[in-house]
Design a protein around this ligand. Structure first.
Ligand code: NAD
Length: 503
């Protein structure tokens, strides 16, 4: 064990100690709220130990939170954009000040390697800063002059909203939804994932030092209990959801009786298409980074490599060499690239695909170096070579460190394979032929396309998927479109003739 690793473990223990004091509460109306006293266990994927007991929210807790958000809404929605900008920047400052604590706790709660989590905490602060700066203009609209009338639009916050988030990079992802909602003037009830709930508490604490009571509320709990209650609550006007496609369908049905507006960021089975004129080394870097970083538990991962036949063997040879060197280990070891998966159930799901790959006739190449720790939910990185697109390993979201590689002959076949899947979140195209790059980008069924690049986020750009990968877009002004209502106001410019009835 290296000294930095030992130091990191000591720091993590110091940060985690507070959770031994008693159950982690909800955060409702500006203060911690223990609910009815029921709890669930939060186990660490690193060693299976109990990290904390967490308040188990039920309908009554969601109702308290939704009502608090409802009470806080009129005043919060009337704050000026510059007031909201100042407050959200304060939240960002406080996130930066506690970035270390957030990153260490998240590593132990989610199994993600520290090398990625420290950046994720800072990206969360950036989310707040980005939307803070846009708050003063969030209400802007259009001028639509007509004959004799001026139509103009304004945007107004929709009301209290629910935000339901998944267990992968939970802190960063939560802020991606919550920051624009607050900047728009909405109040929020957040339901974080039950497998990695700890850092949501830190966000509530930070926001609680800055925001008026009731503006940001947190209810912990199980999806079918607290999550469902939130989607069904009549005071909640919209649900921003990140998670699995099947859960999205359920939420849509649950929200139907109260006509909820929904925004879904769902699963993916994203193609990375590599043509034989590409810079192969860079393409391989991009492919491997997007599937083997963050444990492969990433919606935008490049989980299907479609590789042109002439360079296919070279791709497999080179990728094999590289995955053999991926460092597996404890998330707090600075050397670790691949940590444990989130939960024993998820490990079982992912490794079932490893067995299935063999049954389906793919060549399974296992990678990874370093001693796999004795405890924890570790899956080795794998490459499923010589796969066919109709195999389940090419069609279903595995959400682990598994790359399915499929050869193709020409552009037409590449596009057909890329689109022959129910998902449509991202696509990555690698070629030096500019016209082909654009043709592929326009033809591929995905919400986001990167050409000759891994996923590099740009906060003003639209983020979201098509097909089973989502509904709606986040980012920049797109987020405000979701959290706000557009109102048209028409004013007569003179005494025009109004038709008379009943004369
Ligand atoms: P999940 O759908 O199981 O759970 C997500 C959240 O929904 C959790 O908080 C859960 O408690 C809640 N939930 C579950 N059932 C519910 C119900 N009936 N009503 C209301 N809430 C309910 O997803 P997960 O396993 O936590 O996350 C992994 C999934 O998230 C993957 O499919 C991944 O691709 C997707 N994801 C997508 C994006 C994106 O931007 N498109 C980003 C991250 C993750």
């Amino acid at each position: 064990m290296t000294k930095p690793f030992i130091d990191n473990q000591q720091r993590a223990e110091a940060y985690l100690a507070r959770f031994k004091a008693g159950p982690v509460p909800h955060w409702i109306d500006g203060k911690p709220d223990a609910g009815a006293g029921e709890t669930f266990d939060d186990l660490s994927p690193v060693d299976g130990r109990l990290l904390a007991k967490i308040a188990r929210g039920r309908e009554a807790d969601v109702d308290r939170a939704a009502k608090a958000a409802g009470r806080a809404f009129p005043a919060w929605s009337r704050t000026t954009g510059s007031e909201r900008r100042a407050l959200l920047h304060k939240i960002a400052d406080k996130i930066v000040a506690r970035a270390d604590e957030i990153a260490f706790i998240e590593c132990m709660d989610s199994g993600q390697a520290l090398r990625y989590m420290s950046k994720a905490a800072l990206r969360a602060a950036e989310n707040f800063r980005f939307f803070a700066d846009r708050a003063p203009n969030a209400g802007n609209g259009l001028a639509l002059p007509a004959e004799g009338q001026l139509n103009y639009t304004i945007r107004q916050p929709i009301g209290p909203v629910g935000v339901i988030t998944p267990w992968n990079t939970p802190f960063m992802l939560s802020t991606w939804k919550i920051a624009p909602a607050l900047a728009a003037g909405c109040t929020v009830v957040h339901k974080p994932a039950e497998w990695s709930p700890l850092t949501a508490m830190l966000l509530s604490e930070i926001a609680g030092e800055v925001l008026p009571a009731g503006v940001l509320n947190l209810v912990h709990g199980i999806g079918e209990e607290a999550g469902r209650a939130l989607t069904e609550h009549p005071a909640i006007k919209a649900i921003g959801f990140v998670g699995e496609s099947a859960t999205g369908s359920r939420i849509m049905a649950q929200g139907a009786p109260t006509l909820k507006r929904v925004h879904f960021e769902l699963g993916g089975k994203n193609p990375i298409v590599i043509f034989d004129d590409a810079d192969l080394e860079r393409a391989i870097d991009g492919a491997l980074f997007m599937i083997y970083s963050l444990n492969g538990e990433r919606c935008t991962s490049s989980s299907r490599a479609l590789v042109q036949a002439g360079i296919y063997d070279e791709f497999v040879r080179s990728a094999t060499e590289r995955i053999k060197k991926i460092k597996i280990g404890h998330p707090l070891d600075p050397a670790t690239e691949l940590g444990p998966l989130i939960h024993v159930n998820h490990l079982e799901k992912v490794t079932r695909y490893y067995a299935l790959a063999k049954q389906e006739g793919a060549r399974v190449i296992e990678g990874g170096v370093g001693e796999k720790p004795a405890r924890g939910y570790y899956a080795m990185p794998v490459l499923f070579a010589d796969a066919r697109n109709e195999m389940r390993i090419a069609q279903e979201e595995i959400f682990g460190p598994a790359l399915t590689a499929i050869p193709f002959q020409d552009e037409a076949e590449a596009l057909k394979l890329a689109n022959d899947v129910r998902y449509g979140l991202t696509a990555y195209i690698w070629t030096r032929d500019v016209a082909r790059a654009h043709r592929m980008a326009q033809g591929v069924e995905a919400g986001m396309v990167w050409i000759n690049s891994e996923n590099v986020r740009h906060l003003p750009a639209p983020f979201g998927g098509v097909k089973a990968s989502g509904i709606g877009r986040d980012g920049g002004d797109y987020s405000f479109d979701f959290y706000m209502e557009t109102k048209n106001i028409a004013v007569a410019l003179g005494d025009h003739k109004i038709p008379k009835i009943g004369e």
